[in-house]
Ligand binder design. Structure first.
Ligand SMILES: *[C@@H]1O[C@H](CO)[C@@H](O)[C@H](O)[C@H]1NC(C)=O
Ligand SMILES: *[C@@H]1O[C@H](CO)[C@@H](O)[C@H](O)[C@H]1NC(C)=O
Ligand SMILES: *[C@@H]1O[C@H](CO)[C@@H](O)[C@H](O)[C@H]1NC(C)=O
Ligand SMILES: *[C@@H]1O[C@H](CO)[C@@H](O)[C@H](O)[C@H]1NC(C)=O
Ligand SMILES: *[C@@H]1O[C@H](CO)[C@@H](O)[C@H](O)[C@H]1NC(C)=O
Ligand SMILES: [Zn+2]
Length: 513
């Protein structure tokens, strides 16, 4: 609108202006320029160079029709699951046609997972806490502990916890067991109806996160439960069409009913045995590898010991223990630089110990924590856990890309842990747009109320990929999950062959529909 003139005058003037503008601009080949830009952008997108066969093109067409309909509708209603908190979005996501296709899609491997964040709490409540010899202890702070034992465990003298109670007896005294079981379930997960209220900030959510670890620890480290937990994890991912897992595992002592405990070697052997057992009945299952991980809140002297342990485990179980990582909240933990003396031990000793370091899981730009990305690169990390802050480090970005080191993107985890609210604003949007090496994973789906990889794939496909990501993006993500795994090159070949067969079946089934 022009200033000052009456509205009739200004309307006439703008009309004239429009005529002048359209006349003079038509001489500029704007469509050509636009197409050239669009083409250049298309060419660098993740998965763009993949050539689809005829059937895949057909499936892609149908998938994109569904996707466009869903996004178009969301633009009207302003209800778009990736822009909502996952706890609210989950129900909507599970109704989506795109989600159901993604669920059936062979997604390859899950490369960023933590040992006891995989299964949802429901099984722990309904199966594990109903087993015999399960004791419970209520702390004054409200945190729970569990322990399986022949006879009542004794209390630690310094703390003021209540006595250990046999859960079976406790339940017998209760008026309403369902209510109690529901309250147990709440202590095993971060899920709440009002996450924005329950968790005001990152401190709140991490406090709860750490409490969950503490609470489930006594359950999952009981030997029979430990085995079942692994088996069920494999089952859950396999049902979600994931064929191979790499698990960050802390290998804390596993105990028996009589109090006897097992060492780390025992735990590794058990992981290996259970995976082999599972593979027997599921020939398309490729396997499980572990990334031994310690807590980044520990002193450097303790981490030095852990590095020695990691080297020993990697030597004793070269096919099962892939390497080492540090876990726990980055913002409050030690930096990789703090740990340099420990982390350089393998190099100094001429031993090869691959690293899979979490780095850049922070919003605090320019801090010493943020610089973990530099050190992860310098320490030759095989992959980068999250790399959420990577876009703020152009030099690291460039070098990682040159060395083809991928980031492990875990959309739901980043949202629930409050690094980003709307997943359309996740930094991976830009990385996907330039075809940066990446894989999608789910971190601790059990704590977030997610299952397997599909919920995270949905967020990545719809929210991070936007209208541009198509079947090629998805196929590339699946291929990447093997390419960037720590499988040996011959294992990779076999894995990819198995996956391709599954992929073709998936495509053919969709074509038939
Ligand atoms: C828990 O599950 C296992 C199989 O995973 C089953 O054998 C056992 O009976 C179940 N226990 C309870 C208490 O439901
Ligand atoms: C335990 O209770 C005693 C007495 O009430 C108190 O002095 C002490 O600080 C408490 N200890 C802890 C670890 O809370
Ligand atoms: C027990 O608690 C559940 C959940 O709070 C509730 O739905 C149910 O009605 C209660 N049962 C009785 C008998 O009070
Ligand atoms: C790491 O250690 C801190 C401090 O003891 C604890 O709060 C946190 O739960 C631990 N994290 C993990 C993943 O074990
Ligand atoms: C990382 O790899 C490069 C190239 O192989 C090597 O020169 C360098 O010493 C390695 N760095 C460490 C910390 O091991
Ligand atoms: Zn993680």
């Amino acid at each position: 609108m022009l200033l000052g003139g009456s509205s009739g005058q200004s309307a006439l003037l703008s009309l004239l202006w429009a005529v002048v503008v359209s006349f003079s601009y038509s001489a500029i080949p704007i469509d050509e320029a636009r197409n050239e830009l669009l083409n250049r952008e298309k060419m660098v997108r993740l998965g763009e160079h993949l050539v689809l066969r005829k059937e895949e093109e057909q499936v892609n067409g149908n998938l994109m029709t569904l996707k466009k309909a869903e996004i178009t509708k969301a633009m009207k209603t302003q209800e778009f699951p990736p822009s909502m908190h996952f706890f609210h979005a989950k129900k909507l996501i599970e109704k989506s046609d795109v989600f159901h296709i993604l669920k059936k899609m062979p997604k390859g491997a899950a490369l960023h997972l933590h040992d006891f964040g995989i299964l949802d709490g429901d099984w722990l409540v309904k199966n594990v806490t109903y087993r015999q010899h399960c004791y419970i202890c209520f702390n004054p702070s409200g945190t729970l502990q569990f322990r399986f034992a022949h006879s009542t465990p004794s209390n630690n003298k310094q703390d003021n916890s209540s006595k250990w109670i046999l859960l079976e007896n406790y339940r017998r005294e209760l008026q309403n067991v369902t209510e109690f079981d529901n309250s147990l379930l709440k202590t095993f997960t971060l899920v709440t109806e009002n996450p924005e209220v329950t968790y005001a900030d990152q401190h709140d959510i991490w406090a709860k996160f750490d409490t969950i670890f503490h609470t489930v620890s006594g359950l999952v480290h009981y030997a029979p439960v430990f085995r079942d937990y692994i088996f069920r994890s494999l089952e859950e991912f396999f049902l979600d069409n994931v064929m191979y897992l790499e698990l960050r595992a802390m290998l804390l002592p596993v105990y028996e009913l009589n109090g006897e405990t097992h060492d780390k070697e025992w735990s590794v052997r058990t992981y290996k045995e259970v995976a082999e057992l599972f593979a027997k009945d599921h020939p398309e299952f490729i396997g499980l590898k572990l990334i031994y991980s310690d807590n980044r809140s520990k002193d450097v002297s303790l981490i030095k010991e852990s590095i020695q342990t990691a080297m020993a485990l990697h030597t004793s179980f070269p096919k099962t223990v892939a390497g080492f990582d540090l876990v726990g909240r980055e913002d409050t933990g030690h930096t990789l630089y703090d740990y340099r003396e420990a982390l350089l031990i393998p190099t100094m000793e001429g031993v090869k110990l691959p690293y899979f370091l979490h780095a850049g899981e922070t919003d605090w730009q320019g801090t010493s924590i943020d610089n973990n990305l530099l050190d992860a690169l310098i320490l030759n990390s095989t992959r980068i856990g999250h790399g959420f802050a990577l876009s703020k480090h152009p030099a690291v970005m460039e070098d990682l890309r040159k060395r083809d080191i991928p980031i492990e993107v875990c959309p739901i985890s980043n949202q629930v842990l409050k690094l980003v609210t709307d997943l359309r604003n996740h930094p991976a949007v830009a990385f996907m747009a330039i075809g940066y090496p990446m894989v999608i994973s789910s971190d601790d789906p059990g704590f977030f109320g997610a299952k397997g990889l599909t919920h995270d794939f949905y967020e990545a496909f719809m929210g991070i990929g936007g209208m541009n990501a198509d079947l090629r993006t998805l196929k590339q993500l699946a291929i990447n999950s093997f390419k960037y795994s720590s499988l040996s090159s011959s294992e990779k070949k076999t894995a990819l062959q198995t996956w391709e067969k599954e992929w073709d079946t998936f495509i053919d089934n969709l074509v038939k529909k």
